[in-house]
Design a protein around this ligand. Structure first.
Ligand code: DUC
Ligand code: ZN
Ligand code: ZN
Length: 473
């Protein structure tokens, strides 16, 4: 097995930082050692196969993006990144594991949908991957099938309170699925927006001739995110189901989660970079049809209501526990443009899988979160939350050697112009400048990105079976 020593860097974990060398044997980390240590009288730098100099740089666990949608059929089209292109872009950006969503469509068997996602991803991925299971048709058979998921290495499932006629579950279905989830040791993930009420508002806005992308954000009012979040929390309380609310954007939804946590309930929330940086007015309200680039659900919120500040604050106080991307990219040409003249036909989704680590690092530079919290919300908590900890999310003996060497003195320009690697004809982040740079990325001991050169291969990434989720209160 080849040995690698990452030397001279500052190793950063969720709890601290310090000078240490990282010794890797094959796919695993074997030791964190004092810089310049000797083993059996020999200097390690002379005995290992490869030495990587990380002087002046941070050495962190590879990022885990726990919310992606590669090749997802949605909104009359299919998300533009495949497992091949999307995981390659993720690797470029310092993410070494994704957890994507297998989608059970209405009328489909859960097992068949999971197999479909395995077939789509197998042999295609540049980095390791796992799946959550979307239950899009809660019925007796799918509830039975949910009981098989832990045996398949799947420890979480997702329901939608939005998208009536597509993925939507009503309250009775949610209650039953949560009961089964609680009983089976599965974490319930929830898209919390009141879909039927949104559909009424969409119809009314369109009837008034309000067809621009901006009105996507008006129809999906924060009240309908707050209400659904509250309802999900109450149903979870009743059933004893731990609850994880995805893509939280409204400060009022954050407050619902915080209040439930204060009462001692096992509820958690993720937010996404778009809700920390972008707004209803500046992006969704861009001139003409431009705003379509930022149509996603939950939607971007008003910059006048301090949702962004509250989300950063919640990340600091652990009222929100982690940051994923909800990576679901659609091109403007041939996909987003289906909604010219009717915002409700714009496929919902933003592509960010490549930029999450950088965008969150900018939060460190800007004084919004600490360096340690950066590691925690992008790697360590996702690993714990979703049953990967020990193997992923930590630099410790026995863990997979998924490692990012991050250069705080480097610089990253984001956008199509700067040649991003996602399969998109635009970037939701065009022009963003980051005061840091992903320098080197190792996936299970193999260097996949080295100083702006991609060295990975499709098929290097493996499916990772997950343990039960670890609920952090
Ligand atoms: N929201 C999105 O923006 N895209 C995918 C699905 C979702 O809920
Ligand atoms: Zn969603
Ligand atoms: Zn999603």
């Amino acid at each position: 097995m080849a040995t690698t020593l990452i030397t001279g860097g500052t190793v950063v974990s969720a709890t601290g930082r310090g000078a240490a060398d990282l010794l890797i044997d094959g796919e695993r980390i074997v030791a964190l050692i004092e810089p310049g240590a000797t083993v059996l009288g020999a200097n390690l730098t002379e005995t290992v196969d490869t030495v990587i100099d990380a002087t002046g740089k941070y050495v962190i666990p590879g990022g885990i993006d726990a919310h992606t949608h590669m090749s997802m059929p949605f909104g009359g089209t299919t998300a533009a990144d495949t497992f091949e292109t999307g995981t390659r872009a993720a690797a470029w950006g310092g993410t070494t594991t994704i957890i994507d969503f297998a989608v059970q469509k209405f009328g489909e068997r859960v097992q068949d949908s999971l197999q479909t996602w395995h077939d789509m991803a197998a042999g295609e991925c540049a980095i390791d991957y796992s799946f959550h299971q979307i239950i899009g048709d809660v019925n007796d058979e799918s509830l039975r099938a949910m009981r098989e998921l832990p045996g398949e290495g799947i420890s979480s499932f997702k329901l939608f309170m939005a998208y009536p006629g597509v993925f939507y579950s009503d309250d009775a279905q949610i209650l039953r699925a949560m009961q089964t989830g609680a009983d089976t040791g599965l974490l319930t993930m929830m898209h919390a927006e009141n879909g039927p009420a949104i559909d009424v508002l969409v119809g009314q806005l369109l009837a008034q001739g309000k067809t621009d992308p901006y009105y996507h954000g008006i129809a999906r009012a924060w009240e309908l995110e707050e209400e659904a979040t509250h309802r999900a929390i109450m149903l979870a309380k009743l059933t004893g189901a731990p609850l994880y609310v995805v893509h939280v954007s409204a400060k009022q939804a954050v407050a619902q989660l915080a209040a439930a946590r204060d009462r001692g309930q096992n509820v958690f929330g993720e937010t996404c970079p778009q809700y920390l940086y972008l707004s209803l007015e500046d992006q969704l309200g861009a001139p003409g049809f431009e705003g379509a680039k930022w149509v996603c659900s939950t939607p971007l919120r008003s910059k006048h209501d301090h949702h962004q500040d509250e989300a950063w604050q919640a990340l600091r106080t652990n009222d929100l526990q982690m940051v994923s991307t909800d990576h679901c990219p659609f091109c403007m040409k041939g996909q987003k443009d289906m909604g010219i003249g009717d915002f409700s036909k714009i496929p919902n989704g933003i592509g960010s899988v490549e930029h999450r680590m950088d965008l969150m690092y900018q939060g460190v530079v800007d004084g919004k979160i600490s360096l340690e919290r950066w590691v925690e919300i992008t790697a360590t908590t996702p690993a714990r939350m979703f049953g990967l900890y020990g193997r992923k999310g930590v630099l410790a003996p026995g863990a997979d050697a998924d490692v990012v060497i991050y250069d705080p003195n480097g610089h990253t320009s984001i956008g199509v112009e700067a040649t991003h690697h996602m399969n998109m004809d635009h970037s939701a982040w065009e022009g963003y400048e980051i005061d840091g740079h992903v320098d080197t990325v190792l996936s299970r001991g193999k260097v996949v990105v080295d100083d702006n050169t991609y060295l990975g291969r499709k098929g290097d990434g493996r499916f990772v079976r997950r343990d039960p989720c670890q609920y952090l209160t």
